[in-house]
Design a binder for this molecule. Sequence first.
Ligand code: PMP
Length: 399
Amino acid sequence: ASLFGHVEPAPKDPILGVTEAFLADPSPDKVNVGVGAYRDDNGKPVVLECVREAERRIAGNLNMEYLPMGGSIKMIEESLKLAYGEDSDFIKDKRIAAVQALSGTGACRLFADFQRRFLPNSQIYIPTPTWSNHHNIWRDAQVPQRTFTYYHPESRGLDFAGLMDDIKNAPNGSFFLLHACAHNPTGVDPTEEQWREISYQFKIKNHFPFFDMAYQGFASGDPERDAKAIRIFLEDGHQIGCAQSYAKNMGLYGQRAGCLSILCEDEMQAVSVKSQLQQIARPMYSNPPVHGALVVSIILNDPELKSLWLKEVKGMADRIIGMRKALRENLEGLGSPLSWDHITNQIGMFCYSGMTPEQVDRLTNEYHIYMTRNGRISMAGVTTGNVAYLANAIHEVTK
Ligand code: PMP
């Protein structure tokens, strides 16, 4: 028997596998609403103008030295201001342990490894459903997983009562993974009032909230507004963890620019926690990549570039919000008797359509429309040019 003879092919990733199938389809009509990457109205990938300008400023000036183990200090500083607020006392008091991470995925994984190492008896509560990779991340970090109620299939909205029950019924001091905004895959977020109630109940139960914030700015078009949930928890005096990603809101997908932060009790604790996070990163990848971090810190540190970024991130969010409206109107215009209100009620990159796996299979096989079998439509792949085609196909398979 050969050395690797027992190695079976790994199951396809449910999200990345969709793109492979799309690329292999020769049909000129094909539509990819699978992967969550922004496209312009011509279906083309976008590099933001603020990013192009930051790169012009970097060109010629960048040496290729290593960043410190914890990553770019400047990038971390700017990231914390974005998440915790420009004038946050937690930043001034140096209570936040933060390191640059390999985008949002890397930030989650670093936290999961930290959790495993220093709270070996803890579990993580993950919403049902969630971004499929969350399960892989905490599984590989060997942290036991529990789930909590989140989505209400009938209303295609939040199951708030179920969510609150699960928070109450979890053992005191449990770890919860919360999507800070633009929940993936459902596009369903709690309202501000509901966040306040969740935070209140967390306080009673002494739970620890870990916010995965992969879409700050991308949901509403305003990064401050999208940070509201985190700010509510901060006001209420929680310690929190936070994973930030610049993949979507700056379009830096492949640059792997992100940040992991943990709000500690005091500065001394933050110093210890940061040093341990670095210690976890060291044998895995030593230190994070420099280019994306520099792009981020240049943009956020320069008032002019930052306002250009704010304009551009709002432009992306607005295009998506516009496409939600167009998709819904097209379906209603075709005389679909079903309710499509949820398309415009949901927020962020995705529409959790409520279509069954069989209906999705028909979309793919009969209409060359590619998406994950859970019925999740990446709204970023919808354009003025394909929205009518998409609506018609959805109408046909949901009749
Ligand atoms: N969390 C959620 C909820 C996401 O949707 C994503 C992107 N699909 C990520 C984290 C991480 O993405 P990245 O590692 O590219 O920042």
